[in-house]
Design a protein around this ligand. Structure first.
Ligand SMILES: [Zn+2]
Length: 237
């Protein structure tokens, strides 16, 4: 009789013990991998070797919050649609109050707009943008694109280090489809405001539709206001 019961419970017991060990094996595997990744991240952060930097970059790309900040075109302003759906990561900023910027756009109107926008942000005295001639080394790359489907006059693609919360790279783009098409009526002044707005995102500023601000999500009717300078001061204080 005893032997009969032992035989009867043998298989269920065997199954339970197999599932149980499999469960613990997976738990240990996950913990082991997590520790390994954290260790590699730590080592890469504290090493200057090119391999470590490559690894670092990959981790940044994988874990960073990449925000696509699209700005409203005049066409959309007129149809009174909502502001950007995706917003900047709150509190993200550069580690210091300066960054290098490369103007990649070859269009003269946009190059002038970027140059003036850079001068105007530098004139605030809060943040310094250093113009460089090498794209590879630039923190911010200012360029253009043409997209009639996006309904955006510009955008800022911000890459943030998820561990430190600091911005590591930004691609600022102006949409030639709207800005350089006379039927949308963008004056040189408003194109400059659009450039100021996108660079404002690149510095870490978010939209402000509550008052006169260069960071209004639509229209680009205002240049840099004292409220924008104050927000930048708070961000980098
Ligand atoms: Zn915006």
């Amino acid at each position: 009789m005893k032997r009969f019961f032992r035989a009867l419970f043998f298989f269920p017991r065997l199954m339970i013990s197999i599932i149980w060990s499999l469960f613990w094996f997976l738990i240990r595997l996950v913990i082991g991998l997590a520790v390994l990744i954290l260790l590699l991240v730590f080592l890469a952060k504290n090493s200057d070797s090119s391999l470590a930097q490559r690894f670092n970059q990959t981790v940044n790309q994988l874990t960073s919050y990449v925000s696509h900040h699209q700005d409203q075109s005049l066409a959309q302003t007129m149809s009174d649609l909502a502001t950007d759906e995706i917003s900047q990561k709150k509190g993200a900023r550069w580690s210091a109050n300066s960054a290098s910027i490369y103007i990649k756009s070859s269009n003269k109107t946009l190059r002038n707009a970027y140059q003036e926008a850079i001068d105007n942000w530098n004139a605030t005295g809060v943040f310094t943008l250093n113009l460089v001639t090498d794209e590879e080394s630039a923190d911010i790359v200012a360029t253009d694109y043409s997209d009639g489907a996006s309904q955006a006059a510009g955008m800022a693609e911000t890459e943030t280090d998820s561990l430190t919360g600091r911005i590591v790279h930004v691609d600022v783009k102006l949409n030639t489809y709207y800005l350089l098409n006379t039927s949308y009526g963008y004056s040189q002044e408003r194109i400059t405001h659009t450039a100021e707005h996108e660079i404002g995102h690149a510095l870490g500023l978010d939209h402000d539709d509550s008052q006169k601000s260069v960071m209004q999500s639509a229209g680009s009717y205002y240049g840099i206001q004292s409220v924008d300078i104050e927000k930048l001061q708070i961000l980098y204080s």
